[in-house]
Design a protein around this ligand. Structure first.
Ligand code: ADP
Length: 246
């Protein structure tokens, strides 16, 4: 579903991603872990071109893009790629003046050009799936952070993405609300959604990931199934990182 080859990202003279090679199989969950500032979010944002890679190749759901520094991206490529991906942000980013239902309908109507009825139908099904059917008419400020994030997940799903990207989806939440969001994510993973998740929730990585990717200083140091990476890390840097987590 996703192939990255020698991907680099520079912010002026800051070389953040330094040659990333990564494959993500369809229907799998990949969890990206690593120290703060190592480039995890930047990597995730490169996958839907919220950041434009400086160099390298990105292939996602059959769309292939080659990047060279200074080159302008074609808008059609950006749109094509964005249509294949859904993004769930740390800070939910719901529209505050719209109900949960309207938030999940909005992109379907404006971007997908679905009819209002079809959009509503799908939005209600998705709100049901994330356990919020009965809160469909509430505004974001009437919902807890965990509920808002579940609406955020339903909204991303409403666009029928091939890949769901999660950028630290639980790190803004009070601890008691983290579990309900992770539970929804685990269900999506079990349903066979292709997901790439940046998170500090190691229990989720152990439980839900098919692959865990450890990034440090802009390179993939080590990757593998969670059982291998957590129990038998091969690299000293991975061991140090995991030991610090305790
Ligand atoms: P992580 O997600 O692993 O904490 P990030 O990908 O957020 O790391 O950031 C990696 C590095 O890139 C950091 O040094 C950060 O300050 C820098 N960075 C991220 N986004 C930008 C940007 N838009 N402009 C300049 N520097 C950035």
């Amino acid at each position: 579903m996703i192939q990255l080859h020698n991907l680099h990202k520079r912010f002026h003279d800051l070389h953040v991603l330094r040659g990333i090679d990564l494959s993500v199989e369809e229907g799998t969950t990949t969890v990206i872990i690593g120290p703060s500032g190592s480039g995890k979010t930047t990597l995730l944002r490169c996958l839907n071109l919220l950041e434009v890679p400086s160099e390298g190749t990105l292939e996602l759901a059959g769309h292939r893009l080659d990047f060279r520094s200074g080159q302008k991206l074609r808008q059609t490529d950006v749109i094509a790629l964005r249509q294949q991906t859904g993004m769930v942000f740390q800070s939910y980013n719901l529209f505050p003046h719209m109900t949960a239902l309207q938030n999940v309908m909005e992109g379907q109507i404006t971007v997908q050009k679905r009819s209002k009825d079809a959009a509503q139908d799908k939005a209600l099904k998705l709100l049901d799936k994330v356990g919020l059917r009965e809160r469909a008419d509430m505004y974001p400020h009437q919902l807890s952070g965990g509920q808002q994030q579940r609406v955020g997940i339903a909204r991303a799903m409403a666009m029928d993405p091939k890949v769901l990207l999660f950028d630290e989806p639980t790190s803004a939440l009070d601890p008691e609300l983290v579990g309900e969001v992770l539970k929804v994510m685990k269900e999506l993973a079990d349903d066979g959604m292709t997901m790439v998740v940046v998170t500090h929730e190691m229990a989720f990585a152990r439980d839900a990931a098919d692959r865990v990717v450890f990034i440090d200083q802009g390179v993939i140091v080590e990757q593998g199934p969670p059982g291998d990476l957590f129990e038998r890390p091969q690299q000293e840097r991975t061991r140090q990182f995991l030991n610090r987590l305790g």
